[in-house]
Design a protein around this ligand. Structure first.
Ligand SMILES: C[S@@+](CC[C@H](N)C(=O)[O-])C[C@H]1O[C@@H](n2cnc3c(N)ncnc32)[C@H](O)[C@@H]1O
Length: 349
């Protein structure tokens, strides 16, 4: 195990990207080919590239019945999505039971959601019903108005007007969550989506060239319901399935991401140098350790990186270097509770 983690560290220190668009593209192609078989065919193989240059073959598990809950209901394995392992996941193994030698060098793997379904009809049982489309639309409209009328939004617009910003052609957002359920976090999700629209307007005003096509907006979050997708579509935001939003990110992109369940910042640091980053403030190692230690005071980290294992979107040395070497901080986003302590970074050209 030690030998493997030392090798991974060394490959990382040599600058080898752990996340690659070409790998995402290839996995999308393989999974789409398998999905073409309905019902799923047993024993289909997916090839996953590893950072040591090898390729690991895994058998697709879609459609497997894991467990019979009762006479009428069973737990079934759904279509996988990508599982992004952080540098911390790949190099810190506190419990050998969770160490998989087979996949040890694979930062991108597959993860399967489980759902319950009726055994007789195979109908998926969904305990959560989204609100009606017009109710969600009204909530989003009111939230956009509230955000656009706020001093925080106006301040952000005037900071961008005064800044020197590289060329931008799209806005790509990750993990802004669903707006379709009446829960406390809904306001946060609405304000985060309103910010996507504000960024599109800011970029439109900056780009006065009549020849340039419009600014595209994309959003990726597997939790989106059909209702979310429709209200976002009406606002000009296209929802993309994981990992397709990563394929859209390039050097002319504004990336928007707040407390995602996946390591968006480590992935982006490997695949592009976007024009603008609006995401959780990038801490140095001491700041990150202090934050996680305050949350888990009894835990002795042993090494700084170990504590950041608790984060789904942790810093890495490559991310910290990228921000230090290529970006300037424009401002922190307010209100903090709506933007989970995020900072706006602009690439220095
Ligand atoms: C902790 S919540 C944060 C939600 C919201 N941004 C906030 O600040 O309250 C994490 C979000 O990441 C989303 N997420 C999980 N996997 C993702 C993926 N592969 N791509 C984009 N978002 C993802 C979850 O569905 C969820 O909405």
């Amino acid at each position: 195990m030690l030998e493997v983690t030392e090798r991974i560290r060394s490959l990382y220190e040599q600058g080898l990207p752990f996340f690659k668009k070409s790998v995402f593209q290839d996995l999308v192609r393989q999974l789409d080919n398998c999905r073409a078989n309905d019902p799923p065919v047993e024993g289909q193989i997916i090839s996953i590239p590893a950072v040591d240059g090898s390729v690991v073959e895994v058998e697709l598990e879609t459609g497997l019945v894991m467990h019979h809950i009762d006479k009428e209901t069973e737990l079934v394995v759904m279509d996988p999505y990508l599982d992004y392992r952080t540098f911390q996941h790949l190099t810190i193994h506190d419990d050998p039971l969770y160490f998989s030698p087979h996949l040890a060098y694979c930062p991108t793997r597959l993860i399967y959601p489980l759902r319950s379904r009726r055994s007789s009809t195979k109908e998926i049982l969904d305990p959560w019903k989204p609100q009606a489309l017009e109710e969600v639309q009204d909530g989003l409209d009111a939230g956009i108005k509230m955000w656009e009328d706020s001093k925080d939004c106006r301040q952000l617009q005037s900071l961008f007007r005064a800044a020197s910003v590289p060329s931008i052609s799209k806005v790509v957002a990750f993990g802004c969550s669903t707006m379709a359920f009446k829960v406390d976090q809904r306001g946060t999700s609405i304000t985060q989506h309103a910010l996507i629209l504000t960024m599109r307007d800011i970029v439109k005003q900056m780009t006065k060239s009549p020849d340039k096509p419009g600014i595209q907006c994309f959003a990726q979050d597997p939790i989106y319901t059909e209702v979310d997708k429709e209200v976002l579509r009406r606002s000009g935001i296209t929802v993309l399935e994981d990992p397709r939003a990563f394929l859209e990110v390039d050097d002319e992109t504004v990336v928007v991401s707040f407390a995602p369940d996946i390591p968006v910042r480590q992935i982006i640091a490997d695949i592009a140098r976007p024009a603008v980053l609006i995401w959780n403030t990038v801490w140095d190692e001491d700041e990150a350790t202090a934050f996680w230690h305050a949350l888990h005071p009894s835990f002795n980290p042993g090494c700084a990186n170990r504590l950041t294992l608790a984060s789904t979107d942790p810093e890495s040395s490559r991310l910290i270097d990228m921000i230090r070497d290529h970006y300037s901080e424009l401002t922190t986003l307010e209100p903090k509770e709506r933007f989970t302590g995020a900072t706006v970074y602009i690439r220095r050209d």
